[in-house]
Every structure is written in C-alpha cells, then in structure tokens.
Ligand binder design. Structure first.
Ligand SMILES: NC(=O)c1ccc[n+]([C@@H]2O[C@H](COP(=O)([O-])OP(=O)(O)OC[C@H]3O[C@@H](n4cnc5c(N)ncnc54)[C@H](O)[C@@H]3O)[C@@H](O)[C@H]2O)c1
Length: 326
C-alpha cells in the first residue's frame, strides 16, 4: 500500500489525476490538498470524498507549519505537485501570487520532502518554460535539452520551480522528477481556458474572443494522457530527470475554435478577433521521444478523438460549469 499526496487536486488536471489514480490503484491511499482558489472546485472530486482511502485537506502549499504537520502525520511515499496559479493573463495583471504559490509553495513542499523523506517528488511543469518556437519552422520541437526561455510571469515562475526541484535533487538528494506537458483539454477544465471558454460562449451565442489573428499554435493533449504519463514517471522514471509530454497535435487557435463551432452547429461569425496578448507565444510543440522510448508511454487520444467527448462532457455538465465561480 502506497500513500500519495496530490496537491492542487481540486483543479483541472489534479482533479482528473485523482480520479485516474483512485481507479488505477484502488488499494492505495490518497490525500488531496488544495487551497480552493477561484480555480479549485470541490465538485470535481465529489464522488471520491466518500471513499475511505481518499482524504481532502483544504490548505495552502505555502503554509510551511501545516504542510510539515501533514507530512509528519501521513508519511507520504509519493508527492505530486499540481498546485499552481496557472492562467497567463492573470500573471500579467498580478504576478505576486504566482511567485508565492508557484515558487515559494514548491520550495515548502521540497523542504517537507527533504525533512520527512519520500520515494518521489513529482513537479508538474509546462512546455511554456521553453518559451516559443517560430511559425516558419514546423520541424522544430521542444526537447528536454531546449534552453529555458520564458515569456510570461507564469512561465518564469514555473521554470523557477523546475530549477528548484533539480537543485534539491542534486544538492540534497531529494528524488525529484519533472514533467513538461503541452496544453491540456478534457473534463473539469475551468472556463477561463480556451476550449471550455469557447464552448461556454458559443452555447450562449456570445462573441468568441480570439487573440491577434488566431494563428498561434498550441500542441493539445487530452488530460487522460497527461495522467498516464505522470503515473509512469512517478513509478518508473529516473530521479533528477525531466520528461516532455505531448502527442503531436498541433493546431492554430483558429482551427480549434472552428472545430468546436462545427461540433456545436454554431456559425463562424461568432469569432471576434481581439488585441493580441502582450508577449504572446507563437508556437508550442513537444518532442515526446524520451518518455515514449524510455517509459513506453503512448497517448490514447488524438485531437480528433478527444475533442468530441470533451465538448459532450461540457454540454452534459453545465452545473459544474456554473459552480466553478465564473
Ligand atoms: N492546463 C494546462 O494546459 C497545463 C499544461 C501543462 C502544465 N500544466 C500545469 O499543471 C498544473 C495544474 O494545472 P491546471 O490546469 O489543472 O490548473 P488549475 O488552475 O485548474 O488548478 C490549480 C489548482 O491549484 C490550487 N491552488 C492554487 N494555489 C494553491 C496554493 N497556494 N495551495 C494549494 N492549492 C493551490 C487551485 O485551487 C486549483 O485547484 C499546474 O502546475 C500547471 O502549471 C497545465
């Protein structure tokens, strides 16, 4: 029996990971810790709250005293850190909270791992730490060796957390792994991010805001495939290693919006181009060869097979939408 701490487990990816892990390892024990910021929604993990091997703790990862108490009491084997401020636009308006949660919070967790001992600390990072690629070189991809070259306060804090993790591995021997995943979509995504936002606004026949000309390229991965990748890394990955996660599903934002409109039977005239985001990254594209060859990871979904069920989930879960405070 193993014991896991999942931080940020009431958020989009952390919540999906809680469901995935409870299904995959029903005999193990899980503590889900989340501060329940605007992005956290306890409804995401509602069916799990009644299970005897699942505990929810409302806490902030920056609260060193309470985090230490929890580690002392629970004696975790695995710590997976999803807790973060994640919305780039918010990081342009108020970087402070991003530094606190994404850097200081990560440091508190790493210190706790060092003090109390664990088998694995996994830092859930992002491909945004690599900055962006130009649009004219479609054969260029981010590898784990691509230099960190951040564009936004969000990505700068995520890169800082990665470097702290690697430093705690090298200097203190904390068994750290890091994953850098491309853009996720799937159930339980807060409707400030592109795909659920577009679905929500299209259903209400509202204008769909699209930055610039809509030509920015993102590499989309279904959240289920992110979960299977993290599962493999925490159990089979090597200490001190970074693993990129992505499924070669590059689409321009305009293409993504058109697919959603087609599925919903809504007109493209709803698209409304707005002033581009400051410092907007042009293209993200992941080379996932390392995790595929070393750990045998393979995504289950392509964008074509994943987007339909995601739209359907959003249609069937309007209540969850409304309860997510937006
Ligand atoms: N969404 C993506 O496309 C994507 C892609 C790659 C990597 N990531 C990374 O995956 C992780 C999860 O992303 P997400 O999209 O699920 O984010 P999210 O914003 O949906 O969820 C974040 C969760 O963290 C919680 N949280 C925030 N600050 C906290 C704090 N100080 N203490 C405890 N809990 C706190 C929130 O309440 C929320 O439940 C993040 O680290 C993000 O950088 C996201």
């Amino acid at each position: 029996m193993s014991k896991y701490l999942i931080t940020g487990g009431a958020g989009f990816i952390g919540g999906n990971f809680c469901h995935y892990m409870m299904n995959t390892y029903p005999k193990d024990k899980f503590v889900c810790l989340d501060a329940l910021t605007y992005a956290g929604n306890k409804n995401t993990i509602k069916p799990l709250l009644e299970k005897p091997n699942f505990n929810f703790v409302q806490e902030n990862i920056c609260n060193r005293e309470e985090i230490y108490k929890l580690f002392e009491k629970e004696k975790f084997d695995y710590v997976i850190n999803f807790a973060a401020e994640t919305h780039v636009d918010r990081s342009l308006k108020n970087p402070d909270i991003f530094l606190k949660t994404n850097i200081i919070g990560t440091q508190v967790l790493l210190d706790a791992c060092r003090k109390y001992g664990i088998k694995r600390y996994h830092q859930v990072s992002t491909d945004e730490v690599y900055g962006d690629l130009t649009l004219d070189k479609p054969n260029l991809f981010f590898t784990e060796e691509t230099p960190l070259h951040t564009s936004s306060p969000y990505s700068a804090t995520k890169a800082s957390a990665d470097l702290l993790g690697l430093a705690y591995y090298r200097t203190f021997g904390v068994p750290v792994t890091i994953s850098r995943c491309s853009n996720n979509y799937g159930p339980y995504q807060f409707p400030e991010k592109l795909i659920p936002l577009i679905i929500k606004k299209a259903l209400a026949n509202e204008p769909l805001p699209l930055y610039g000309s809509g030509n920015n390229v993102r590499d989309w991965l279904h959240v289920y495939d992110h979960c299977t990748a993290i599962d493999l890394i925490i159990h089979k990955g090597r200490d001190g290693e970074v693993y990129n996660i992505g499924g070669h599903n590059e689409r321009t934002n305009l293409e993504v919006v058109k697919v959603i409109l087609k599925e919903l039977g809504k007109p493209e005239s709803l698209i409304s181009f707005v002033l581009d985001r400051a410092g907007h990254d042009l293209r993200y594209a992941i080379n996932p060869d390392k995790i595929m060859k070393e750990l045998g990871w393979k995504p289950k979904y392509t964008f074509e097979t994943g987007i339909g069920p995601t739209i359907q989930w959003n249609l069937e879960n309007q209540e969850w939408f409304e309860e997510s405070n937006q």
